[in-house]
Design a binder for this molecule. Sequence first.
Ligand code: CP
Ligand code: NVA
Length: 307
Amino acid sequence: MKHLLSLHDWTPEDIKTALELAAKLKKEQKEGIPHHLLKGKTLGMIFTKSSTRTRVSFEVGMYQLGGNALFLSSNDIQLGRGETIHDTAKVLSRFLDGIMIRTFKQSDVEDLAKYGSIPIINGLTDLLHPCQILADLLTIEEHCGTLAGKKVAYVGDGNNIAHSLLYGCAKCGMEIAVATPAEYACDETVVAQAMEDAKLTGAKITITTDAKEAVKDADAVYTDTWVSMGQEDQKAEKVKSFSPYQVNSELFSLAKKDAIFLHCLPAYRGMEVTDEVIDGPNSAVFDEAENRLHAQKAVMVMLMGDQ
Ligand code: CP
Ligand code: NVA
């Protein structure tokens, strides 16, 4: 395990190790115990899409680990002017100890790993968002206890979050129900692979168009924007299909009484979620955002630390 390109590539044991290390680093950080496990190391962070949480949590995470992070906007590096992924990977591997990349195509992230010689971390593509889901699993574990057997309901667009959540829940032996409009269903290959992962752990996967069925008796209810980065021109059309998938008090009330509400953020209030749910007593969205920091520190130590 040298990279984090997709949670499908990680074993259940890798995920368990990351979550345990994340919890340990979180505790140490809160208690003011230094943990400069990446002293002298540098992470390059390539962004071809916007970010608040991913950028800040990786940058702060490297600082807390005693290392350094470089923000590399694709507008400012030669990649944005046509230098190839191949050459970028070869060159950056000579300077850096790891790269986090947020971009459109999953194949670009995989090519960076193929041609470079340093660990590559997927900071979101159109297909996947594995770092987010590690933070989500940590949040569910903190609020609901042992992951195995817990039910997560994802309601909304069959997007990068839904895909990585399918892999993450499958690897952790959880129950996951994904409800999307038929025309915005999850990628079939991802679903098939997650089903294979589930067979090995006893996880249960339900794919449906019925939001109520998905949310029923869930321990955690998760949604994300209906319009992901790069889909802005589809907004009017998408919003029409998604109104039955809004997480409002009525839908949320079908989950377990003490269920938590999750959202990777940024949220579009009044669209995929109402204020009363995201600001309500069961919302864990800011714990979830904070856990990006702790989970990613664990990932960086696992991939970039001296063995
Ligand atoms: N959830 C998430 O990845 O947020 P950013 O787009 O702000 O990084
Ligand atoms: N699905 C969203 C997630 C943002 C963190 C997007 O890709 O824009």
